[in-house]
Write a new protein. Structure first.
Length: 175
């Protein structure tokens, strides 16, 4: 889709990053995520007093109770030390608890306590409504297509590099 300059209603640099950029997909995807996350996590802070990493733990456990901190770190992209501090705060607020993992006693599974479950249940509708607002410009068929295409990309991510070596893009052998 070609968009003429100055017609999007966006600030000029944002418009350039989104429509005149060889990395258009990554920048558009990040723009959408920013426009979703910033308002919602600002609202979460006002409603609950929790930071984004703290609430990411609540949200993660709302979807998958009994997760490990390591798994929340992997799925959210937050560093382990950031999540460790968030988890300790949530434990101190009696929103979650740690339990020894039955399969491996060295690990601790994380579980929502009733107040944490209530927080998740009370806030989830706002996330759903905000996503619905984002998608309202698409027809049901377009939503299905978008979902399928994004799923295809996501399912390929295990094949992507976790780090880029210094010479990876130049094709030079570092040996």
């Amino acid at each position: 889709m070609s968009i003429p300059r100055g017609t999007t209603g966006l600030e000029a640099l944002t418009e350039a990053k989104l429509w005149r950029n060889p990395c258009w997909f990554a920048f558009r995807f990040n723009h959408i995520a920013l426009r979703y996350n910033s308002p919602l996590y600002g609202w979460i802070k006002k409603q609950t007093g929790l930071s984004r990493p703290e609430f990411v733990v609540i949200y993660s456990l709302g979807l998958f109770d009994g997760a490990l901190a390591r798994d929340i770190a992997i799925s959210s992209g937050f560093p382990k030390n950031t999540l460790s501090r968030a988890i300790e705060k949530l434990v101190s607020l009696s929103l979650i608890e740690k339990r020894a993992d039955a399969a491996d006693r060295r690990n601790q599974t994380l579980h929502l306590l009733p107040a944490g479950r209530k927080m998740f249940d009370d806030t989830l509708p706002q996330f759903v409504l905000f996503e619905e607002r984002m998608l309202q410009t698409l027809s049901p068929a377009e939503r299905d297509t978008l979902s399928n295409l994004l799923a295809k990309i996501v399912l390929d991510t295990p094949n992507w590099a976790d780090e880029i070596e210094d010479d990876a893009l130049t094709g030079k052998d570092s040996a």
